[in-house]
Design a protein around this ligand. Sequence first.
Ligand code: CO
Length: 134
Amino acid sequence: MIGRLNHVAIAVKDLAAATALYRDTLGARVSQQQPEPQHGVTVVFVELPNTKIELLEPLGAESPIAKFLERNPDGGIHHICYEVDDILAARDRLKERGARVLGSGEPRIGAHGKPVLFLHPKDFLGTLVELEQA
Ligand code: CO
């Protein structure tokens, strides 16, 4: 059911420093900072040949990343995103198998303008999983 790894998201406290680390130390191609107030984050996309890394810095008081950074002050992997062909079919299959879909269970429009869902980390080996209809 799941297809390509769309991205790995890393929560960071200092987006400028994280971007410089990826650009200058790791030699990666990085985007401009992109504020996404509806998701409570500012994002920098790191373009790799086979996938993307998203560096996420909290934006606003309600940011879902802020709590994560309280528990992980050095930053850390926040979620991984797999592509699926049909997000509603994927959701129904997962629910049938007892996996918990976060929020209302209805897909939201994610950072790339495509429908996404998040799955409970306790059901997936301690990893927050995002599904994106590619
Ligand atoms: Co994501």
